[in-house]
Each structure stands twice: as C-alpha cells, then as structure tokens.
Ligand binder design. Structure first.
Ligand code: SF4
Length: 331
C-alpha cells in the first residue's frame, strides 16, 4: 500500500455464506472499485453476527464461503486487508472503552435498534443494544477516515463520530479519528419475488456461485409485470424486475429492444427471461471459474484471512496502545 492513497476505508459485512446478486451489486462491486484509490480493510464481522444468529453451527463455513466469493469477485488481498473481526480481539477491548463514553439513551433511540427489537423480540440481548458501539470500535480501531455506507447507515456513522468527540474530550486527546461517511448509492436489488430486497433469509436470491442451470431456473421463477397475464398483453418494463436486471447484465441494444417490444407485446416473458439467464451466466462465468480455482485449495483462503489478521492486528495494537495511554491505564 502506498501513501498516494486517498485515505483508509473500513467496511464490514456479516458472514452470510455464499453471496448473491444483491451482495454483489450492492457492496462487492464497490469494494473492488475502492481498493484502487484507498487503503481498504474489508472485514467479515462474525461478532456482529452473534447478536442475532440462533446457531453458530455454520459460522466457520459461512466465513469461508463469503471470503471465497469476495476473492473470486476481485477483492485483491495484495491491495486490501481482508480479515475476520474476531481474529483481532483488540476490537472488543476498544468496544469496552467506548462504551464508557456512550449514554444509554443514544443507543435505545437508534432506529436500527428499535427495528432489531421488532425483528427479534425473543432475543433482545446486550450485544444488540451495544452493536453500534462495536461498529464504532471496528472503524476507530483502524483509524479509518472513510466509511462507504448506504444512506440508511448514516446514523451509525454519526454515532461513531460523536463517540470520537466524547472520547477525545473526556480524555483530552486526539487519538481517535472522526470517520467520514462516503455515501454510496446502493442499488436496491429485488429478489425473484419482485417485491422484497434480495435476501437469503427470504429465499428470493440468486447465488453468484449457482450453476448455470440453477441460475436459469431461478430467473424463470422471477415475477414479472403482474398486469401482463397473457402473452398478447402489452407489458410495462418499468415495473418489472427482470427488466431491472437486464439493465445490469444485457447490452444497451438488448435493453432498448426489450423496452420497446415488451410494451407492444412483441416479446414474451419466457423469451425475455431466457435472454437474461443467458447474459447473467455469461457475465458470471469468469467469476465462477475463478471461484472453482480458489476453492480447490481452501487452505489458501484461510492463509489470506490470517495474513489479513496479522496486518490488521498491527494497526489495532498501535491504536490500543495509544488509547490506553490516553485513558491513563497502567502499562
Ligand atoms: Fe418483464 Fe420482459 Fe415480461 Fe416485459 S417481457 S414484462 S420486461 S419479463
């Protein structure tokens, strides 16, 4: 990494295993682009996952599959630090220090906390409440100055910035750095139901690593313009999720052709979906080949994560030393 980079980026994602199109278009593509200009730390946040997962049975496999997809998609471990959150335990130490300057009311007021309580009424644990503090610790531990997030995450970044101010004021220091939010336009990728955001838990997703046949089967299940009942009915591509994905995977000419022909019933939905599946498979083919290559040596994936751990720890240890000194803890 050179000092010509624009700054240091931190971004974390929960270990959800094999990634789907929503993950790819919403986050991974952006990760790949950012690593050209920034010093990037990409973290698989397994500790955050503990706040809501019911079982950790598949946790290790999910970490592995996610890392595999990231690497196959083009996140380059030579350019970026790719690592697992719990491999750098200093984050939990910083979380403790930050929690001392965090008023309870701030946490209970966050809309995301209220939403989680609604989603997991049986398991409102302390970790859930302290989640933004751990998230702040993730960013501040590595002195990341840039955090790429969707607009819905803005309150968490503001929370991290306020935490920096509280900490630095309380201990009369400037050791922690206020991160800036890099607002990222996260495209809302709908699932095959055409209603909800693509998500594994809703089983409306298309996995990047699916076979061409599986991909085609999922595309053929996609909900189209609900008003178009018969083949002879004109359709409206503007409200059709198949068309949205054509805009990503098909050529400009094909998109224009569908846009015109759909409206005058010149093309049927089966034909339209067949073309989408074909283009999607062609687009994902290099990714899938690279994934198979990497998956032939699973130890290499863990080696990359362990190298990332060592590089991340080096930064973390330095920050924790400075933080302890600023607080006045014994050495
Ligand atoms: Fe959607 Fe294509 Fe059918 Fe038009 S032809 S409604 S764009 S699937």
């Amino acid at each position: 990494m050179t000092n010509q980079k624009k700054g240091r980026v931190f971004s974390g994602a929960r270990p959800t295993g094999r990634q789907h199109l929503g993950n790819y278009l919403g986050a991974i593509q952006n990760y790949i682009a950012l690593q050209e200009d920034y010093e990037c730390l990409y973290c698989i946040v397994d500790l955050h996952a503990l706040t809501t997962v019911e079982t950790t049975q598949n946790l290790i496999q999910n970490v592995y599959e996610m890392a595999l997809d990231w690497l196959a998609a083009g996140i380059d471990p030579e350019k970026s630090i790719v690592f697992v959150q719990s491999h750098v335990p200093q984050v939990t130490e910083l979380h403790t220090y930050l929690s001392m300057v965090t008023p309870m009311g701030k946490l209970t007021d966050l809309p995301t906390f209220k939403e989680k309580v609604r989603q997991h009424p049986q398991n409102v644990n302390y970790g859930l409440l302290g989640y933004p503090v751990l998230m702040a610790a993730d960013i501040l531990l590595y002195k990341a100055d840039t955090v790429p997030v969707g607009i819905d995450q803005a309150p968490h970044i503001e929370f991290a910035r306020e935490t920096v101010r509280s900490f630095n004021y309380r201990y009369n220091t400037n050791v922690l750095v206020e991160p800036q939010m890099k607002a990222t336009e996260v495209p809302k990728v709908l699932g095959i139901d055409g209603q909800a955001k693509m998500s594994k838990s809703l089983n409306n997703h298309i996995e990047l690593a699916a076979t061409p046949e599986e991909t085609k089967a999922r595309v053929m299940q996609m909900v189209t313009d609900p008003q178009r009942v018969r083949r002879s009915d004109p359709g409206n591509p503007d409200i059709c999720n198949v068309f949205s994905l054509h805009k990503v995977f098909s050529s400009a000419e094909e998109v224009e052709h569908i846009n015109v022909e759909c409206r005058r019933a010149g093309i049927g939905c089966v034909q339209c979906k067949n073309l989408l599946a074909q283009n999607m498979n062609a687009h994902l083919s290099p990714f899938r080949a690279r994934r198979a290559e990497i998956a032939a040596h699973p130890d290499n994936v863990w080696d990359i994560l362990h190298t990332g751990r060592d590089r991340a720890r080096k930064i973390a240890e330095q920050t924790i030393t400075e933080v302890r000194l600023a607080i006045g803890l014994p050495s």
